[in-house]
Design a protein around this ligand. Sequence first.
Ligand code: GLU
Length: 196
Amino acid sequence: MCGIVGYVGQEKVDTVLLNALSRLEYRGYDSAGIATLENGSISILKESGKLANLRKLVAQFPLSGHLGIGHTRWATHGEPTQRNAHPHADIAKSVALVHNGIIENHAELKLHLMEDGYVFQSDTDTEVLVKLVEKYHVKQPHSLEDAVRLAVKEIRGTYAFCVISAREKGKFVAARKGSPLVVGLGKGENFIASDR
Ligand code: GLU
């Protein structure tokens, strides 16, 4: 197992995400990462191994902003390396996404997407989901929500995922099928996570 988190609110996003990921550590993981959105650009920090490795990286390169996503990974497709750790993004970093679960039809989707010119940067099944959101939200003019709705029509398997977009400030979009996901609605802040 593994975990995802999403946060939007007034607190310092890197601290909130790291604290949330520590609470998901008990589920087991082999790598961890976070992505944040600030001033219209997405930043990603990720590391293989323990959360302490990611904490060191964040201490070196703190991320500001008030919106972000985080992940602890239990590799199913692709080695547990820094390159395969989540969040995953499109090449221009217009969208970043964290995913728990398995996309069963990833191989055929990847072939079609590569034929359409999409370049893959990891060995994960997850990356096809990033490309589908990119296709519908960046290449075509759908909102992030609509792009997620269109993307999930194409994938088979179990998932909980959360995605942010450099084009849509102040929001994350999450979806689930067969994997746990809880929503926390607060005063001026909202969360999603794999567990409370
Ligand atoms: N299947 C994805 C991967 O291998 C997600 C694994 C997970 O649930 O952490 O990257």
